[in-house]
Design a protein around this ligand. Sequence first.
Ligand code: SF4
Length: 107
Amino acid sequence: MINGYSGATNEKPPTKASRMSTPNEIEAKRQKRIQSAPESTRNILSRAIYGQATRSGAIKAQCLECVGFDRLAITECQAFACPLWQYRPYTPRGKLSGTLPASSPAV
Ligand code: SF4
């Protein structure tokens, strides 16, 4: 059963509109996500989620959430193919592209 649809012959599949979240559901999901973050990072996460952060702030929020809110882990991130890798925060500018291991293929 997918999305409550069992595939029975008299049952209509859910429409796209019926699968969309309501504004209240969206707000609840956003608040749950913000509240699950460490208090010290809730502000940047909240600003990014509500479109009030700069682009670099949104990248910071994404990277923080990605690595479990561990700033050091962002600087040591090995996901070289991630679209945000060259832009990840807390990493000195000169270190960004220069941290690729010698054996890594060019990205
Ligand atoms: S650059 Fe690294 S920490 Fe940032 S989103 Fe990509 S994988 Fe996650």
